[in-house]
Design a protein around this ligand. Sequence first.
Ligand code: HEC
Ligand code: HEC
Length: 214
Amino acid sequence: MQSTKAIHSILAFSFIFLTTSASSFAAPKQIKLPPETAKLPKSELAGYQLATQKCMICHSVDYIFYQPPGMNQAQWTAEVAKMKHSYGAMLSETDIKSIGAYLAVVYGTAKATDSEVIAASANSSQPKTNREPQAQELLTSSGCMGCHAIDNKVLGPSFKDIAAKYKQEAQAQNMLATSIQKGGVGKWGEIPMPPMANLTAEQAKGLAKFILEQ
Ligand code: HEC
Ligand code: HEC
């Protein structure tokens, strides 16, 4: 009798332990999946920074890993250009060249010492890319891109439509920052946007600015 009871409580205890530990593993995973699952190989090339900032906004690095090996710089550059032209990735022409060169070095046939790689990596637009990615990373890590896209409506309105609607208003940035932090419903339809309460006022303002620039 005694020992059955003991076994019973051990079982009950381990059941609770298993379920609580399982849920504490599951929780953080659900929130930030895409950027953390895999990492791009580190490199001194300018395209490495750009790729870490700009490629995981829509999908994980796995998409890059799945490409056939042995692609050259032109092929990788074309692949990156496709992200802009077919899928609306926000990349300048210099970003495309620079990321194409980097990927060709780490996954393809190019070498960091190739003159084409050096040329494509040299003229990357640092000042512009320093600001943009901050907003873009925050959009991804805050889960905005689960409901929004730059060009098209998802659950929420596209950032282009939001910009077009409010661009002319003097207080647009502050107003949108408030909408982002507090959420809302009825301005675009029946689907509510939840409050994004984890963002600081400054972060919300930064995101509002970025959205208004689309
Ligand atoms: C605006 C969203 C967006 C961004 C940003 C983006 N991609 Fe993609 N990418 C896509 C979509 C959509 C697909 C196609 C997914 C599918 O077919 O299921 C894709 C697919 C891919 C593929 C698989 C091959 C293919 O052509 O379908 C590769 C490789 C890839 N992306 C690389 C990149 C790289 C490198 C970057 C950064 C320069 C990047 N992506 C940034 C949207 C994006
Ligand atoms: C669960 C889905 C969802 C998430 C996550 C989400 N949004 Fe929204 N968002 C919406 C919907 C739906 C609307 C339209 C609400 C309405 O009709 O008033 C909207 C509206 C907006 C608007 C327009 C507000 C206005 O006053 O017209 C902005 C700006 C915006 N979202 C930015 C963001 C940002 C930035 C994030 C991340 C921090 C984010 N959203 C996360 C669904 C979402």
